[in-house]
Design a protein around this ligand. Structure first.
Ligand code: PLP
Ligand code: TYF
Length: 399
């Protein structure tokens, strides 16, 4: 029956972990997948999450959630993203549903827009973007195109190219924006640049679709990282927003996320929510319970909330300290090239500028694994392996 089914290629990111696992060298380092590791290279369960789980274990049944998820979770998730001052939130005009983490939010959003957005079936993604964006939106029924984002020469934002491409899109097209901590480049617009982007998007009546997978992880502050989303909303844009609690709460495998749309008023919100349910029901009926309870418990308790904020800040700061140390090492080792981007890039990743042959050499000779585009997950570095890593990179660049 399946003799005509061709073997598919492995996932570009998760395939790196497979290669890492096969390597037996004790010095091996996995900088492929974007998952936080503590100072000893171990997965990190946040203490606030453990406390929330203890609280949850005292009560609660295992009944199905409603189609749009745990109501107190979605309310608190929206508040975290949009902020207490948000006009649509205060006016009960945000349609929101729980989702199977950020990926599920993107898929619900893609499917909803493919069905109901009346003006366009094309979504523009930054070049490059997270590898899963293209198949998610294509499988949702949208046409996928790109806009300029990253400048190889400056290892920074191609702001002129970005603006020119926004200007030349057909009016009312959908534009995907990474709200903060752009994956894979680590290059974000400044606040002043976001303001300009918002203005162009308004002039051209484009539809901003935010993917916020790293709120709190970029700067250490959840409100600072929400700047772009909140600015757009305060400027009167109607937005779509995908949230993930995988990184900022370390809830990866629990699959906790939310999808929301700002609407004109409570009546429109109710209509939109009714159709979100119709999109979701045949996909998975209703979302998982446990992770949403954890996130909701943390967001709803002043003590756990402030503890969690400290923990997010701690993760962000450890990553930033690794950036400083890597930069200092590469410069001290007189590594050819300019390495300032290691420090200026934001979030979980650094787009090192290492070439595919160099990444290959690092895997084969030094047992160091990263994606072929030269992206490293900064969280995989720690005091024990950073000197070995810097020396190996330096050697690979010197050739
Ligand atoms: N969007 C971006 C930009 C990501 O980097 C990721 C991966 O972490 C996601 C969305 C979705 O991740 P998850 O489905 O684990 O929340
Ligand atoms: O880019 C990353 O490494 C993260 C983690 O199918 C990830 O987004 C990678 C692949 C995937 C899901 C999550």
């Amino acid at each position: 029956t399946w003799s005509a089914v061709p073997a598919g290629p492995p996932d570009a990111i998760l395939g790196v972990t497979e290669a890492f696992k096969r390597d037996q060298d004790p010095r091996k380092i996995n900088l492929g997948v974007g998952a936080y590791r503590d100072g000893n290279g171990k997965p990190f369960v946040l203490p606030s999450v453990k406390k929330a789980e203890e609280i949850i274990s005292q009560s609660g049944d295992k009944e199905y959630l409603p189609i749009t998820g745990l109501p107190e979770f979605t309310r608190r998730a929206a508040l975290l993203a949009y902020g207490a001052e948000s006009a649509p939130l205060k006016g009960n005009a945000v349609a929101v549903t729980q989702s199977i983490s950020g990926t599920g939010a993107l898929r619900i959003g893609g499917a909803f827009l493919a069905r109901f957005y009346p003006h366009s079936k094309t979504i523009y993604l930054p070049t490059p973007t997270w590898g899963n964006h293209t198949p998610i939106f294509r499988d949702s029924g949208l046409e996928v195109k790109g806009y300029r984002y990253y400048d190889k020469k400056t290892v920074g934002l191609d702001f002129e190219g970005l603006k020119a491409d926004l200007q030349s899109m057909p009016e009312k097209s959908i534009v995907l924006l990474h709200a903060c901590a752009h994956n894979p480049t680590g290059v974000d617009p400044t606040q002043a640049q976001w303001i300009e982007i918002s203005n162009i998007i308004k002039e051209k009546s484009l539809f901003p679709f935010f993917d916020m997978a790293y709120q709190g992880f970029a700067s250490g502050s959840t409100s600072k990282d929400a700047f772009a989303v909140r600015h757009f909303v305060s400027e009167g844009h109607q937005v779509a927003l995908c949230q993930s609690f995988a990184k900022n709460m370390g809830l990866y495998g629990e699959r906790v996320g939310a999808f929301s749309l700002t609407t004109a008023d409570p009546e429109e919100k109710a209509r939109v929510e009714s159709q979100l349910k119709i999109v979701i029901r045949p996909m998975y009926s209703n979302p998982p319970l446990h992770g949403a309870r954890i996130a909701s418990t943390i967001l709803g308790s002043p003590e756990l909330y402030s503890e969690w904020e400290g923990e997010v800040k701690g993760m962000a700061e450890r990553i930033i300290s690794m950036r400083d140390r890597l930069y200092d090492n590469l410069v001290a080792q007189k590594t050819p090239g300019e390495w300032g981007h290691i420090k200026s890039q934001i979030g979980m990743f650094s787009f090192t500028g290492l070439t595919t042959p160099q990444t290959k050499a690092l895997a084969e000779k030094a047992h160091i694994y990263m994606t072929a585009d030269g992206r490293i997950s900064m969280a995989g570095l720690n005091a024990h392996n950073i000197d070995y890593f810097s020396e190996s990179v330096s050697r690979a660049v010197k050739g």
